[in-house]
Design a protein around this ligand. Structure first.
Ligand SMILES: CCCCCCCCCCCCCC(=O)SCCNC(=O)CCNC(=O)[C@H](O)C(C)(C)COP(=O)(O)OP(=O)(O)OC[C@H]1O[C@@H](n2cnc3c(N)ncnc32)[C@H](O)[C@@H]1OP(=O)(O)O
Length: 228
């Protein structure tokens, strides 16, 4: 029988129902969002500017010093450890997951970041990948497309009410996907067979479907004790 997730691991509320990105839950997360945005900006600038070597070396020294200032603080690694703090600063698991996920986390500089929301039994997402995510000339890297699909289909499987891990992702790349353009993804549950959730999704650039994906997500045996 399915158990009700404990408060600490309850992910209800993680998924947005609006195309608008929700505000950060406190000043700490808002500041993390702003720092992540600055880091993304710096990364894209370094990758796309003809920068003199001396300037690169100077910025590196500054960044090393800034990294050391952050590293001097207490280590709380990962979503689980942060949720177990159950503190006002860290927030609850849905808040933490929302902020630090590598595909959609507003506070994770690695994330493009993609915004995901659920409506009408489907999951939608939008994202505008910068030059930082280039694969073939002027187009989005296929591995990044796989990341986006994994996240959107992975979020969508939660419509069934049970978390699960990605078993299989099968992606068909129909057309190259441009960078620096707002992309839309949509996914839904195709069918559920036992612990297997079969998901389907599409990636759209304007009215062009550039990729589609089928995914199988396997529900946790011991949900909610195991967290995907
Ligand atoms: C709290 C949750 C948080 C979530 C936050 C929301 C957003 C999340 C967004 C995050 C998104 C990112 C998410 C991520 O990045 S998840 C990270 C990437 N994925 C992994 O690391 C998974 C690694 N693999 C495993 O852990 C296990 O192999 C799994 C759990 C997948 C199955 O091991 P388990 O021992 O449990 O399975 P079973 O052997 O009893 O088989 C059960 C059934 O499943 C069928 N099967 C087995 N394997 C596969 C397969 N690979 N494809 C298709 N089907 C497969 C099998 O034939 C059988 O079917 P049947 O014979 O019954 O018909």
């Amino acid at each position: 029988m399915q158990k009700t997730p404990s408060i600490a691991y309850n992910l209800s509320g993680w998924m947005d129902t609006s195309p608008e990105v929700r505000p950060a839950v406190n000043d700490n997360w808002q500041s993390r969002r702003e720092l992540a945005a600055a880091l993304r900006r710096l990364n894209t600038a370094v990758l796309t500017r003809d920068v003199p070597t001396e300037l690169l070396q100077s910025v590196t020294a500054t960044m090393q010093a800034e990294a050391a200032r952050i590293e001097a603080n207490e280590v709380v690694p990962g979503t689980k450890a942060q949720a177990e703090r159950n503190s006002t600063q860290h927030g609850q698991l849905p808040d933490i997951f929302y902020e630090i996920n590598p595909a959609s986390g507003q506070s994770n500089a690695i994330a493009p970041p993609m915004h995901i929301w659920q409506t009408d039994g489907r999951v939608h997402a939008c994202v505008t990948p910068s030059w930082s995510y280039e694969g073939p000339f002027e187009h989005l890297h296929g591995g990044i497309i796989a990341l986006l699909f994994d996240q959107v289909l992975g979020a969508g499987q939660r419509i069934t009410g049970v978390a699960g891990r990605t078993g299989t992702l099968e992606i068909r790349f129909h057309h190259p996907t441009l960078l620096n353009k707002t992309l839309h993804l949509v996914a839904k549950v195709d069918r559920v067979v036992g612990r297997k959730k079969f998901m389907v999704g599409e990636l759209w650039a304007d009215d062009v479907r550039t990729a589609s994906c089928k995914g199988v997500f396997i529900s946790e045996r011991n949900w909610p004790d195991a967290i995907a």
